[in-house]
Write a protein that binds this ligand. Sequence first.
Ligand SMILES: N[C@@H](CCC[C@H](N)C(=O)O)C(=O)O
Length: 294
Amino acid sequence: MRPLRFARMHGCGNDFVVVDDRDGRLHTHRGDLALALCDRHKGLGGDGLILIQPDESQGGPAADFRMTYVNRTGADGEMCGNGARCAARRAVDLGLAPGRGHGTELCMATLAGLVRAIVDDSEVTLAMTIPSDERSSVPLTIAGRKLDLFAIDTGVPHVVAFLESPEALERLDVEGVGRAIRHHEAFAPKGVNANFAARRPDGSYRMRTYERGVELETLACGTGSAAVALAAHRRFGAAAPVSILPTGGGLLTIGFQASDGGFREVTLKGPTETIAEGEIPADWLAARGLTAPA
Ligand SMILES: N[C@@H](CCC[C@H](N)C(=O)O)C(=O)O
C-alpha cells in the first residue's frame, strides 16, 4: 500500500482522520484502518475516520464526492454532521470543487443520502437529510432515573433527554447513562446515540453526547445537535435557529422548518479546523497488515 495522504481535523472537538481515497481502494479496509488510525496512543487519534471517495451511485443527482464515515471502533456510520462539515472543507482544499472555492456549494453522497455543504472561510453549513422515525416520547428507567426521551433519525439514530439545568448536565454521568441507553433493547438492533441537553438562560442549549460506534462521550456531535434542536422545538417551542453549545467549544447553529408531519430544511452550521496534514508511511500500514494493490 502506498503512503496515505491525511488531514487531522475537528469540528467543535469532534475529531477525525480524513483520508484522500479518490480511487476508492481503501473501502474494504475501512474498519481496520479506522481502528489503527483513530487509536489515540499508537495512531493519529480521532473519533472517526473519513474517506473522501468517488461517488459511484448510478442515476439520481450527482455528488462531487462520497463521504464514507467509520467510527473509531471500526463500525460504519451512515452520516456524521461534524465529519461531513470537515469532509466538505477538505474536499475544497483538495480541489474537488474546482473554480468554486470558499463560499460556494458542493454536494456529497453519504449512506444517509445526499448532503449539500457551503464552505466559508471559517464555517461550513450543511443542508441535512430529511429527519425520520420521530417519536415524541420513549419512557425508560435507567439506574433508577426516569427518562422521557425524544427520538429522531437525523442521518443516524438519536435520542434526547432534557435535564433541568446546565449544572445538572455537567454533573451527569454521561458515559454510564448514555451507554445504558445506547444498548437498551428499545433501540435494538441498530442502537442509538444518546444526547443530554439543558436550556440556558439566553435560550441556547448546552449538550453532551454518548456516541454509538465511538462508544464514549465525544466533545460534540453534529447530527446530535440537530436532534436536540428539533426536540427543543417539539418540547418547548424553540424557534429556529437554535444555538447549541457542545463540550468542545464553538457554537453549532441549527435551522429547520417544522410541521406536524415532520421537519425539513434542517441545516447545521459551525466551525471546522485543520490541525495537521501529512502522509502515513507505507511500512506503518504494512506492519498492521494493511496491504492492498498500490
Ligand atoms: N459525531 C457524529 C455522528 C457520528 C456517527 C455516530 N457515532 C453513529 O455511528 O451513529 C456527528 O457529528 O453527527
